[in-house]
Each structure stands twice: as C-alpha cells, then as structure tokens.
Design a binder for this molecule. Sequence first.
Ligand code: 4AD
Ligand code: MG
Length: 462
Amino acid sequence: MKHIKIKELLQSKEFGKEFIIKGWVRTLRGNKNVSFIAINDGSIINNVQVVVDIPVFGEEYLKNVTTGACVKVRGILVRSQGQGQTVEVQAKEIFVYGSCDPETYPLQKKSHTLEYLRTIAHLRPRTNTFSAVLRIRHNMAFAIHKYFNDKGFFYLHTPIITASDCEGAGEMFRVSTLDINNLPKTQDGQIDFTQDFFGKETNLTVSGQLEGELGAMALSEVYTFGPTFRAENSNTPRHLAEFWMIEPEMAFYDLEDNMNLAQDFVQYLIKYALENCKDDLEFLNKMYDKELISRLGFVVNNDFERLTYTQAVDILIKSGEKFEFPISWGTDLQSEHERYLVEKHFKKPVILIDYPKEIKAFYMKQNPDGKTVRAMDVLFPKIGEIIGGSQREEDLQKLVNRINELKLPSKDIWWYLETRKFGTAPHSGFGLGFERLILFVTGMANIRDVIPFPRTPKNAEF
Ligand code: 4AD
Ligand code: MG
C-alpha cells in the first residue's frame, strides 16, 4: 500500500479506511491510556494527529517515538473528537525509520529565535516557519515561469560563468583553476591567465542581462531566472552574496512598457501567493506580521506611483526628515530614502525613473538632457529596491562613448556591441531580486530567512 501525503489525508472524507502516512514527529502528549502524536511531512503546514491506544500496544512500543523521529504510521482515518482538527488517525502500527535523541535534538523546544535557527539551517526546514517560507518560495518560482510562459516569453539559460561584469561594479567572485600557491607569471610579472582553465579571467555572473539582450534581439521576449553572485561586503538584512534573479528582456519595449510589465508581473505573483499559499500566509500573518495579508492585498489592488528621481529628491529635501545619509541631486538613494518615499510619503509602491547617469550602469539609454538615463527602480514597503531595470542604449556610438567615458574594457563585450551594429532595436528589461520578493510576500525581516542556505560574508556553512 502506497502512503498518502498529509495534505491529501487532511482533506479526505474516507472515514473508516486504512491509510499509511510517513513523516516526522512534531509533538507528543497523552497519559497512561492514550498517546497523541502530531506528525508533519512538509506537504502542508498542519500536522495530522495520530491516536495510540497504549494498552493495546504496551508502553514499550512507543519508546522510540520521540520528537523529531521519522515514522511510518498505518491506521484508520476517523473524525476527530478534539479541537482544532477535523480528522485524525487511529494507529494500527507504527514503524520508526529514524529515532531521534531527545537530549541532543536541536529542535526539541517549541519556539526558537530566527537567529538560532540560522545556525541549524540543516534542520530548520522542519519548523513551521521555514517550511511555510520554502513552500511559498516554490510557489513563486513556479508562478514566475507560468506568468512568462502564458505571455509567450522564452526562458533563456544565460551562463553562470562569464568573462564580463554586467553592472561594472567590480563585485565579482573569480573562477579559476590556477594553483593559488604557485601562480604562472608572464614576462612582465603579471599573472598569466592564458594558462587558466578558460584561457582568460573569468568570474561568476552578477547578472544574466547582457546575454538576455542577445536573446531578445532574436526571440523578442525572453527571461532568465537563475543564481547570481556579488562579492559586495554588505552585511544587511537585504543582501546576499548568492541570490536568484528574474530578468526579462524585451525587444520593442520602451521604459513605459517596461514599467507596465514590472507592475503587472509583481502584482500577478502576489495575487498568486494569496490564492495558492493561503495556509502558510495565514500562519506567517499570525506569528510574525499582523499586516502581512492586508499589505499584499493593497499592493495587488493599487497602481504603483511613478515619478522621476529628480522629483523624488525634491520631496526628500523638502520633507524635513533627518536622514543618516544626507540627500542631494546626484547622490544614490539609500534604503532609508526609498522607504521614506514608499512608507511615509506615498504609502504605496513607487517606481522612480530617469536617474543621474553617474549612479547607473553603462548600458542604460541616455536621455536628451545629457545628465540622466532611462533607468527605473521599483521600491517596495519594508524592502526598498525590489526591481532595477532600464531601457537600453541601442545606439552603438552613444554606447561606445559611454563605455569609453567609464574606461570599461570594451574588448570583453565585443559580442554585446555587435547587436547594436547588426539590426539594433529599442529594447528594455529589468531584474527582480527573487529573495527580496520572498521577503515581501512572507513578511520575514531578514533575507537570510527566505533562502534555504544563505551565502553572506564569512558564512558558507551547509
Ligand atoms: O539593480 P540590480 O543590480 O540590476 C541588475 O543587475 C540589472 N542587470 C537587472 C536588469 O536590468 N536585467 O539588481 C536587480 C535586483 C535588485 O533590484 C534587487 O532586488 C536584487 O536584484 N539584488 C539583490 N538581492 C539580494 N542580494 C543582493 N546582494 C542583491 N543585489 C541586487
Ligand atoms: Mg539596482
């Protein structure tokens, strides 16, 4: 007989029928006559209660059925007498796959801090909080592919190892097979990368955008969704060294089309979560953030505010607010500025456009004013920047001039420049930080708690 997932069992009405379930013991309680064992298999936030008639089995039988143990239970589905559940299982047989020492099991106690749980990331998926986050994460990944597939976008697999720096910020992890204790040198004393695996310097990608643009120049609408890596030493609740990014890239889109897509996309994903992750969201709403579900509903139902960087800076200067980082035209916005605009001023998500070219990447389309570029950042309550994107500079000469101004190594991206030479087209795209989306949807406060195994400075355990 095949076992049934607890999610399915809890919906079953086949009372009197025998089922097999498999999972991990969450709690145990009872007395001399009866034992109640709560079992969870991760398929749903709820446990199923197994009722064991002690006199029938004898006390010894349950000796190894302790919190954390992995068990198989064969039993009869019955209507529950107790509160809080409608069905339970009357045990006929319990088999212990893996016992669990109650003295040393790190999840023995009922509630732990999120900080402590980070130190046991190998076991934290067994808690209600992390299983809820991981199920939501799965659902969001699925919804992303569904959204783009339904719209006729193609999933383009961009490389993880590259020889270019899309954002030009130099925050890259080197990829090399050279012996670091015995590096080959050229005659003038430099490291000889022609002897490295790829015959040149390579790194983990910071963004799939450049290759995404190549795809858009043939398939019109593409997206990439993969891991990206940044060696920035940012120890904040919103930065990871390894994070996942969704990057759509579209031919024939101007910045306005790009903004419309970004808003529609994020609203779709949040609506999908509200409709498909109800139990988990209700749990997180109750335990962590009483406004979570109403905040999600608000974002789905309201247009994002759109204004220029220049207008935003005006608002910030006139606000009279004391910011840790002073603000003036030309400076990059800090998270405190972004959150002021979103949470205090507009009280809704905001899209800022037309940033100064000095604080944005080389590929952004230059505005006629010579000072700003067709950039867009989508700012969210509690998160700050959730999306960064732009219309791209499609004019070869303007692009080359900008690359030269910034003294970027254009020989590494000759292939990128050729798209501007051979049938260039207006096009746009953006990047949504997957973990920042999950932060918003789950209401969690720290990005380390929305990815199974976070990678941050000085931390690569698990
Ligand atoms: O604004 P960013 O750097 O933009 C790009 O990489 C563009 N190439 C995207 C594009 O146009 N195709 O990053 C995009 C998003 C940010 O808005 C943020 O949500 C997320 O990626 N992000 C991070 N998330 C977690 N940890 C980090 N260190 C992140 N850096 C960026
Ligand atoms: Mg950005």
